[in-house]
Write a protein of this length. Structure first.
Length: 156
């Protein structure tokens, strides 16, 4: 019995140590020394000292007027969200078990379906053109075809 207790304690400690170690993930440190320009004295221009190498190394994309670390964060976040939404649209799940995944997938797929979107936009444009024509006729002083409009919208 005495030898059994140290074995139990050693097993417990081994599991505890394994659970206590955080998973190793590759992340950029918050203050990356690679972004610093050590040729500039911090007292003269601290911004250039802290960010000089990053400024020299980074190009502003042509579609943006400014670019910074938060813009890079936003781009990475948008890419991750795109991957998540794309996977949700391709994954077949039971709506009762994972309704969020089903909703995200359906929403993403509805935005990607360009043929349906174009067809519905064509109908909207056609209705808008018809209304504009009727308004022009009414303003011009000719008989206003309101009966035609109301007849088409009343259920039979």
């Amino acid at each position: 019995m005495k030898s059994f207790i140290p074995i139990i304690i050693s097993i417990f400690c081994a599991f505890n140590l394994r659970a206590a170690t955080p998973p190793q993930t590759e992340q950029n440190p918050p203050l990356d020394p690679k972004n610093m320009d050590t040729s500039v004295k911090p007292g003269d221009d601290f911004f250039r000292y802290a960010n000089g190498a990053w400024i020299k190394r980074t190009e502003i994309p042509p579609e943006y007027s400014r670019w910074g670390a938060f813009n890079e964060l936003i781009e990475r976040n948008n890419d991750a969200l795109h991957v998540i939404a794309e996977q949700a649209s391709k994954t077949q799940v039971d709506p009762k078990l994972a309704p969020e995944t089903q909703k995200v997938g359906d929403y993403y797929a509805s935005g990607i379906d360009e043929k349906t979107i174009d067809a519905s936009l064509a109908q909207v444009r056609m209705r808008r053109t018809a209304r504009a024509t009727l308004r022009r006729r009414c303003r011009a002083g000719s008989a206003c075809p309101i009966a035609t409009i109301t007849r088409s919208r009343t259920p039979t």
